[in-house]
Design a protein around this ligand. Sequence first.
Ligand code: IPM
Ligand code: MN
Length: 365
Amino acid sequence: MEKSIAVLEGDGIGPEITREGIKVLRAIEEKYKHKFNLTYAPFGATAYFSEGSPFPDKTKEICDQADAIIKGPVGLSVDKMKEIPQEHRPEVGAILPLRKRYDTYANYRPVRLPKALASFSPLREKIIGDGVDILMIRELVGGIYFGKKTEGSATGMKYAEDDCSYTDEQVRRIAIVAFEEARSRKCVMTNVHKANVLATGRFWNEVVEDVARDYPDVKYVSILVDNAAFQLMMNPRQFNGVMLMENMQGDILTDQAGGVLGSLGLMPSACIGPKKGYVEPAHGSAPDIAGQNKANPYSMIGSVAFLLEKCFGLTTESDEIWAAMFEVFKRGYTTIELSGGGSYDQDHILSTSAFGDMVVEIIRS
Ligand code: IPM
Ligand code: MN
């Protein structure tokens, strides 16, 4: 298979973890005789300082031409970010426009904690049991993130307003993604919402339940978001399967799920639209440790696996990357940020590049 990929390394630890993701991509390319043509482009806060925009036109063109996009985390130190005007900050000036441009409505965030990784979780061993394996699916281009924003003052009182709305079409298409995923995995589909308070919550539910009628073979569970947050700590395994949520609730719950894993460094993600998708780690750019070869590249390498699966349909290749990453931990190695709780000797604690090298070595063997 021949494909073109735009690579947006981003800020902070972005370049160094992206390097490891690409290393693994190249190993897969060689082993399976694919051809991936990469084009690098500036994106994020660094791009703002060098190009005057966090999502420059030339980057847009490169992304438009590519079959898929790999994106690193963005953002610099708090002080650096203060130098950037609000509309050019990478969140609202780059990430949201990227999502909108390719209508990447389906955000996949896996919460995978097999036995080999169980000790990283702050939760007790008996709670993790045989392991957690949840695929969180978050609606990514609707809801309050993209609603009208107003700031003003009425009769002397200052106020701010964010509109939250969802259309039938917006809810339906993401619900279909979730049910299809649950059907192919033969697992439960848990729908998360706030239907007891919000109009958008009731509406969300109505549409999801309508879609559910087309999937009588899929076990369907519905849960309020606050209860879901609680249950995720008490007994995450009850959700093993697919969880569906709207944009803002998904932002919060997926970070909480990173807490179940013990690190956001263990959470890759894919953002898929009707024509094109991009992948990115779910964590930030950790400018405090940038350039030190300390960051965990797992979520970037996992994002590359996601790209192969979700953008190119290469599931064997994707599974191979996941298996290789789990194998690193099975062999008793760990990454620096995960080494805290355990008793690892120095040569079992892997730097960013050493982790990538080991994944590649396993793929090649
Ligand atoms: C995420 C991030 C983004 C979001 C920010 C950086 C805009 O937190 O991908 O979860 O809120 O969606
Ligand atoms: Mn987030």
